[in-house]
Design a binder for this molecule. Structure first.
Ligand SMILES: Nc1ncnc2c1ncn2[C@@H]1O[C@H](COP(=O)(O)OP(=O)(O)O)[C@@H](O)[C@H]1O
Ligand SMILES: [Mg+2]
Length: 455
């Protein structure tokens, strides 16, 4: 029997989400960091070449007749050649005067120091990188400052950068996929431990309340600890109630038996008819109570066992054989013949004690309600499924009572003179339900009751 458990999310899914979320975040950081680094390295490369080119031009600056003269070495341009055919611009100033090149490049007054200055600027929709250097030439008319700026578009640089961006993106995705696989694996192994515990508990027989002894991870120890405590408490309670049922049966039946034997003994000695009548009524009442007590306890036992059903191999034929032998003396007292028609073997999984109790109640009813000198047939068929039927030649069931007779304490209205409690068919019904069987009460066409249990 499993009960419904209210569930809120899955630990495994939660773990997977957290771990893959973390992996995605790290992958993005990795991508951004590597891309920034690549951009920096690429820019550094272009700056170095621009610087070399600009210096090689600046180095040729001389004063001739008090005027600045420069050479444009071929290497200064050739070193700037790129795969993407980047365009190159230049500007040469003497102090504030543009000697050659593009006016718009950089204003020389902006920087007076001798170091190289790098700048990025936009020109006609292109990104330009500009390297500017200055040199001071000493002539007869005093010092003259020369400025050289070389600029280059950045097509080749962005191409390299795009290519490396693609690779970095691939790297990030690969990193994410690998981390996700690791995350799923980690989450599965962790939740696998819990599943293992759950299966080991579910696989137990209903009677097995021994503590879980397999080693479990530390985090699960408190749960398993309380589970063990709970099961040992349950075990104690069950044992106690079983003992209680047996004890109660004993305590009720013993004094009743004593009272009955006293009443019977007195009956032998009493002659007055009215006294005999009341003693006989007393014996009957005692029988009735004793039987009711017995049925009540049987019913308690059946309910208890049905909730903790033990399933063992039971041979219905052998079980009924034994039962018929045991009940034959009682049948013979009324000249009733107990006949068996048994398919052998008829083995099913069930609780022998419960099944025996149910069949005993059915044979008991047949003996009780069938007239003397008749036959009761106890039958088992094993194909296509197991069916046990017990039929007699008595009055049978009232049609309008068939539905209600298996209720607690319900007795048929035509059974006035028979000792009974109305619990017999209730017990049979509960045993049938515990075994997944169906109880049917019918009347034979030729008369007489026929009770079947179909498994
Ligand atoms: N073999 C039978 N023939 C006729 N009636 C039966 C038979 N078995 C059971 N009944 C009817 O079903 C009722 C309920 O049966 P049961 O629960 O065994 O109670 P009890 O036998 O104590 O009366 C009986 O009172 C009787 O009316
Ligand atoms: Mg009965």
């Amino acid at each position: 029997m499993t009960t419904k458990v209210s569930v809120s999310g899955s630990l495994r899914n939660r773990l997977v989400i957290i771990l893959t979320g973390g992996a995605a975040f790290l992958a993005v950081i990795l991508y951004v960091a590597v891309r920034l680094l690549a951009a920096q390295v690429a820019q550094q490369g272009q700056d170095n070449i621009l610087n070399a080119s600009m210096s090689s031009v600046l180095d040729t600056a001389v004063l001739r007749d008090g005027r600045v003269a420069l050479d444009f070495p071929y290497s200064a341009l050739s070193m700037l050649t790129t795969d993407a055919d980047d365009r190159v611009y230049y500007a040469i100033y003497e102090e504030e005067n543009l000697l050659s090149g593009y006016q718009w490049l950089v204003s020389p007054s902006a920087d007076a120091s001798d170091g190289t200055r790098f700048e990025s600027m936009a020109f006609e929709g292109d990104q330009l990188r500009v390297a500017t250097g200055a040199r001071t030439l000493i002539g007869p008319n005093g010092p003259r400052r020369v400025f050289v700026s070389i600029a280059q578009t950045q097509d080749a640089l962005s191409e390299t950068l795009n290519a490396s961006t693609r690779n970095v993106a691939l790297l990030g995705v690969g990193f994410f996929l690998m981390s996700s696989a690791v995350a799923i694996w980690a989450a599965s192994t962790t939740s696998g431990q819990m599943r293992k515990l759950a299966t080991s508990v579910t696989r137990r027989g209903p009677q097995d309340l021994s503590p879980v002894s397999k080693p479990v991870p530390t985090e699960m120890a408190p749960l398993v600890g309380s589970l063990n405590t709970f099961m040992s408490r349950l075990d104690q309670t069950l044992t106690r109630s079983e003992d209680f049922i047996a004890e109660a049966a004993h305590r009720i039946r013993t004094p009743l038996a004593t009272v009955r034997s006293h009443a019977e003994a007195t009956l032998q000695r009493v002659d007055r008819e009215e006294n005999r009548k009341s003693l006989q009524a007393m014996v009957r009442a005692i029988d009735e109570s004793s039987r009711a007590a017995g049925q009540l306890l049987d019913h308690a036992m059946v309910t208890f066992r049905a909730e903790n059903l033990e399933r063992n191999e039971v041979d219905l034929a052998a079980l009924l054989d034994e039962l018929v032998i045991r009940m034959t003396p009682a049948a013979e007292m009324n000249d009733i013949t107990l006949t068996t028609e048994l398919d052998r073997p008829a083995v099913l999984q069930g609780d022998a004690i419960l099944l025996q109790n149910a069949f005993r109640n059915l044979i008991d009813n047949a003996l009780k309600y069938a007239p003397n000198e008749t036959e009761i047939i106890v039958k088992v068929t094993s194909a296509p499924s197991f069916v046990v039927s017990i039929s007699d030649e008595g009055p049978g069931f009232e049609d309008d009572e068939v539905e209600t007779l298996s209720g607690r304490f319900v007795r048929g209205k035509n059974m006035v003179n028979k000792v009974g409690s109305g619990l017999g068919l209730t017990i049979v019904q509960e045993v049938a339900a515990a075994h997944g069987a169906k109880l049917t009460l019918t009347n034979k066409p030729e008369g007489g009751a026929c009770v079947t249990l179909s498994f």
